[in-house]
Design a protein around this ligand. Structure first.
Ligand SMILES: [Zn+2]
Length: 129
């Protein structure tokens, strides 16, 4: 047998062929949460995209920096989680303009205010539908 050309190479290409990390099965509750997240995101997008908002900003726990996610990315990431697929590492957009992104909490507040403006006070919140 010829010597393994990658024997001492930490970037041995075979190491990329190892099986994906075990993906934990979602509980029914987590699945419901994700489905309501997805419904929320579609609502937020419907309300905010016409106002020039391109997506949602989130503080990343890993690198302590704010990341910016376009609506399409958020929707497809949540849909992939629901379908029990691995979510690919996102490629941050090239130089996102922070003014074009808002936080999840901002979206919740905005959607609630819009709901109130159009429907008046209701005993349940928009996102409990
Ligand atoms: Zn990060």
């Amino acid at each position: 047998m010829p010597p393994d050309p990658f024997a001492d190479d930490p970037n041995d290409p075979a190491s990329f062929l190892e099986p994906e990390e075990e993906f934990p099965l979602l509980s029914d509750e987590e699945l419901l949460d994700l489905k309501s997240d997805l419904a929320n995101v579609k609502d937020f997008r419907r309300l905010l995209e016409p106002r020039g908002i391109r997506g949602i900003s989130m503080l990343c726990n890993d690198c302590d920096e704010v990341h910016y996610y376009d609506w399409d990315i958020i929707e497809s990431n949540i849909a992939m989680l629901i379908n029990h697929q691995i979510v690919p590492v996102h490629e941050p957009g090239a130089k996102p303009n922070p003014d074009e992104y808002v936080t999840w909490d901002y979206c919740l507040g905005y959607a609630d205010a819009m709901d109130y403006a159009f429907n008046g006070a209701r005993p349940r919140f928009l996102w409990d539908r």
